[in-house]
Write a protein that binds this ligand. Structure first.
Ligand SMILES: [Zn+2]
Length: 462
């Protein structure tokens, strides 16, 4: 049976940073025990010591003792919250200390620092009484540092240390890029953006989304877009931040429920958003043109974990985007994003906007760069040419008691000076051991009937 219960609230809502910092300093949040049926709860805490885990604890008094204690949680995400639950450890007897540790960085789960976690306890005693707490929100920050925050317009920046210059650079660059790329793509990001600024890559490394040991060791990571509304900055370089911010805008402008913009368009736009593409990318595409080693556009995907291909990939993507905007104009360029978001295949969107498919566009770009046109033959309708995909987050597929999925994809920024690049990403989210989200290189094929015109296979990129 279930009884009406009153539960406790141990953080004011909305959660203020000051309260969170106080909680971290004090090591405990103030809790007011509240009698709830036969179950009484006090001393509720949420603690974290670093970016790898969050621990939820409380003390429960129940006349018959606890039979089960479960923590249910959601990671808030503009694309759809990702949730899960886990069984808490507890002691027997009338007084129980309950505890559940949510690991946030595992091979199958990545919950980035900066995320908001909404959670509640579900407790059942040996009389069969089940009680569920009110939902509470916890903003997960890297507890190794003392964070400060500043909000201007739609952007909140978090930083630590005595010097706020990096935070100011990040705030200004994010706001500027949101406005400029929003104007370019004729869109506006409908939710706030959070920017977490570490003093260095070494200090932020534990929070970083891993892209594989080989890649990590060879490429500096200036920044990462780890959720649709969340940026990590490890280097106070305005162009790194502009690049990552552009990904926030391209996602809103071009990714729909069943479609997403190709990697070359996404990354090309992000490099275009930089004040300069940087020497590495410029040299990379120039060398590819001079040696006629450019890559067919529809195969131009992220260089996976091969750092040697980074400069050609970003350079050619940027050059193609710059060519498109120069030749066809911003209005047509924005239209391509809108059509893809609304469900068009990339070739169809390009054809509608500029009268060329990806091969046609590639040849137009080749001609503009003094290269001969290539004959690729017709592309069969409804097919796509597979290529390595590395900039998109795997889909999160909740199982068990997970609440919902969120596709979100993550991007990581190259460091222009080092000519490094984006890498693969893993989705935020995940359940407990009992309700893990299956994530990985999952391709979901959805058969969708479009206006009676036929059945198209739309591929959601993993
Ligand atoms: Zn990028």
């Amino acid at each position: 049976m279930t009884r009406a219960l009153r539960w406790w609230r141990f953080l004011p809502a909305p959660v203020s940073l000051a309260a969170l910092l106080a909680a971290l300093v004090l090591g405990a949040t103030p809790a007011t025990p509240a009698r709830a049926g036969t179950i009484e709860v006090g001393s509720a805490q949420v603690t974290s010591s670093d970016p790898t885990a969050v621990t939820f604890t409380a003390r429960v008094t129940s006349s018959s003792g606890l039979r089960s204690a479960k923590l249910e949680y959601k990671v808030l995400n503009p694309d759809g919250n990702i949730g899960g639950s886990g069984d808490a450890a507890f002691s027997t007897g009338r007084e129980s200390d309950i505890s559940f540790t949510l690991e946030t960085k595992t091979p199958t789960r990545y919950i980035p620092v900066g995320s908001d976690l909404v959670y509640r306890w579900v407790l059942t005693d040996n009389d069969g009484v089940t009680a569920g707490s009110e939902e509470q929100t916890y903003r997960f920050l890297d507890a190794r540092y003392q964070w400060q925050s500043r909000t201007e317009g739609p952007v909140t920046v978090y930083w630590y240390g005595n010097d706020d210059r990096n935070a100011t650079v990040a705030l200004t660059a994010t706001r500027t890029a949101l406005e400029q790329i929003g104007a370019l793509l004729r869109t506006a990001v409908p939710y706030p953006t959070k920017v977490i600024v570490w003093r260095s890559e070494a200090e932020g490394e534990l929070a970083m989304q891993s892209r594989g040991a080989v890649f990590d060791s060879q490429v500096l990571t200036g920044g990462q877009r780890v959720a649709p509304d969340l940026l990590f900055v490890f280097e106070p370089d305005a162009d790194v931040i502009r690049h990552e911010t552009a990904h926030i805008v391209t996602h809103v402008a071009g990714d729909g429920p069943f479609s997403s913009i190709p990697a070359w368009l996404d990354e090309g736009t992000a490099v275009y958003a930089q004040s300069s593409p940087g020497g590495g990318y410029t040299t990379g595409v120039q060398f590819a043109i001079q040696s006629d080693q450019t890559i067919r556009l529809r195969s131009l995907q992220s260089p996976a974990n091969d750092p040697s291909l980074v400069n050609v990939f970003y350079g050619q993507s940027w050059s193609t985007v710059a060519f498109m905007i120069d030749r066809y104009g911003e209005e047509k360029f924005a239209e391509i994003f809108r059509l893809v978001r609304e469900g068009s295949r990339v070739d169809d969107a390009l054809m509608a906007a500029i009268g060329l498919d990806q091969d046609g566009l590639y040849n137009a770009w080749r001609e503009a760069n003094g290269l001969a046109v290539k004959d690729f033959g017709p592309i069969a309708s409804g097919t796509t040419v597979a290529g390595a995909v590395a900039t998109r987050a795997p889909l999160g597929i909740p199982t068990g008691s997970g609440s919902s999925s969120g596709g979100g994809r993550a991007n990581s920024a190259p460091t222009p000076a080092a000519s490094s690049g984006d890498g693969s990403a893993a989705a935020a989210g995940g359940g407990s051991s009992g309700a893990a989200l299956a994530v990985g290189g999952i391709t979901v094929l959805l058969a969708v009937l479009l206006g009676g015109a036929g059945v198209y296979l739309l591929r959601r990129r993993a």
